[in-house]
Design a protein around this ligand. Structure first.
Ligand code: SAH
Length: 409
């Protein structure tokens, strides 16, 4: 190296790691396949949590039950976290089974549950009625309990570093399938399954839509689920601020979300500040570019007053260059101050990938540069690595095992 080595090169060294044993699905034109429409499959049974308060009353009437049973069922489901008719002794024994089967049908069957040694992180693997698999991850932190929920079985966004993205889209989840993940987590907490309680009546306080799926590609069902989460009278009564909706950057849907008047936290999975690299890491960047996604994020802040999060998985020699930190800071600052913070997270490598997370010193430098430029930036930890914590990895390993079991040796 000589003294004349430029600090910031215009044509930076670009290493493009390749994944082994996997090739990205392509469309007819050779571009990475994007799936927006949910493939047609048998619909999950309609559940109380799919319906508005009026629709619940109507459904009860159709089933031949008095409308006021809705309030009792809501209490059992959203407050006691139960769908078990045996426990609902305030309901007349005659017809109780039928009533519960009609209003609170089983949506999720637990296939596996993994827990970290410390017991503060639990990963659930659920089977849906049609056999599709989804995951949720429950994490205890001091003063809060966060659940990472899935919004789709699989995902159509095809991001090459994400285990779910590599699997393609199986189908959209229903609103009640999304809510049921929260209810089941609350049930586990109440039973003491997430370690000793900090206080009585503990439950999930924060939701992040960072499990499987692209929430804004399943917009109506995700929004219905969010409404049920925040509904104090007919739902879970959670705080909207504790709910984070994370997206690859579906710009028209971000605009729609800005106008919902539900102040959820909004997170944009950016992962690169330049289109050249983002086209590769986030295939939907072919439709909505970095600047468009950032403009939509800024508009979200203006409409809601809620500070936006930028997600950035640090991938070694891929997107972790100092100049990219500077470019990101520049792009964020050019849209104003105090509206955004950045959450870099070391990549959690998917099995079979030679992409790996950035060196610790590189991570620190990336964070330092953003903070020095006035952008609040905090490195996130990767919780639950030993239990396949990264998005979609548990489903992938379970499907591999099932395939191996079905393959004669
Ligand atoms: N589809 C949505 C939400 C699901 S993924 C979205 O993309 O935002 C939640 C977050 O995990 C996203 O920021 C995603 O880019 C990130 N992620 C996916 N795979 C990862 C991996 N292997 N390591 C680190 N972060 C990952």
């Amino acid at each position: 190296m000589t003294d004349s080595t430029p600090v910031r090169t215009t044509t930076p060294r670009q290493v493009r790691p390749a994944t082994e044993g996997w090739s990205q699905q392509k469309d007819a034109t050779g571009r990475p396949l994007l799936q927006f429409a949910s493939p047609k499959r048998g619909k999950p049974p309609v559940h109380l949590a799919d319906l508005t308060a009026e629709q619940r009353a109507e459904k009860l009437f159709e089933l031949g039950f008095p409308k006021f049973r809705a309030a009792q069922l809501e209490k059992h489901y959203f407050t006691h976290y139960t769908s078990d008719p045996e426990l609902m002794t305030d309901l007349p024994a005659a017809g109780r089974e039928e009533l519960v089967a009609g209003m609170l049908p089983t949506l999720l069957t637990e296939v596996r549950r993994l827990q970290t040694d410390r017991g503060d992180t639990v990963k659930f693997l659920w089977k849906l009625h049609d056999g599709a698999l989804v995951e949720s991850v429950l994490m205890r932190y001091p003063g809060r309990i966060t659940l990472c929920v899935s919004s789709q079985a699989g995902c159509g966004m095809n991001c090459p570093f994400c285990a779910t993205g590599q699997a393609g889209l199986t189908r959209n989840m229903s609103a009640a399938e999304i809510i049921e993940q929260v209810v089941r987590a609350n049930r586990l907490i109440r039973e003491g399954g997430l370690g000793p309680a900090e206080h009585a009546d503990e439950r999930v306080t924060n939701i992040v839509f960072m499990g499987m799926g692209e929430p804004l590609a399943n917009y109506a069902r995700v929004m219905h689920a969010v409404r049920v989460m925040v509904d104090k009278k007919h739902g879970l009564g959670m705080s909207a601020r504790g709910i984070t909706v994370s997206t690859v950057g579906l710009v028209p849907a971000i605009r729609k979300l800005s106008n919902e008047e539900i102040p959820v936290t909004f997170a944009l999975s950016l992962h690169a500040p330049d289109d050249l690299l983002r086209d590769e890491l986030i295939p939907v960047n072919s439709k909505w570019k970095v600047d468009e996604a950032l403009d939509a994020a800024r508009e979200y802040f203006e409409k809601t007053g809620r500070r936006v999060s930028i997600e950035y998985a640090l991938i070694k020699d891929m997107n972790d260059h100092a100049w990219r930190a500077d470019l990101l800071a520049e792009k964020l600052n050019s849209r104003g101050r105090g509206w955004v913070h950045v959450n870099p997270i070391p990549l959690n490598p998917t099995p079979g990938s030679i992409w790996t997370s950035s060196e610790k010193s590189v991570q620190n430098e990336f964070v330092r540069r953003l903070n020095d430029a006035g952008i609040p930036t905090t490195l996130r930890d990767t919780r639950g690595k030993e239990i396949d914590g990264a998005c979609g990895q548990l489903v992938a390993s379970t499907e591999d095992e099932a395939a191996a079991a079905a393959t004669p040796v």
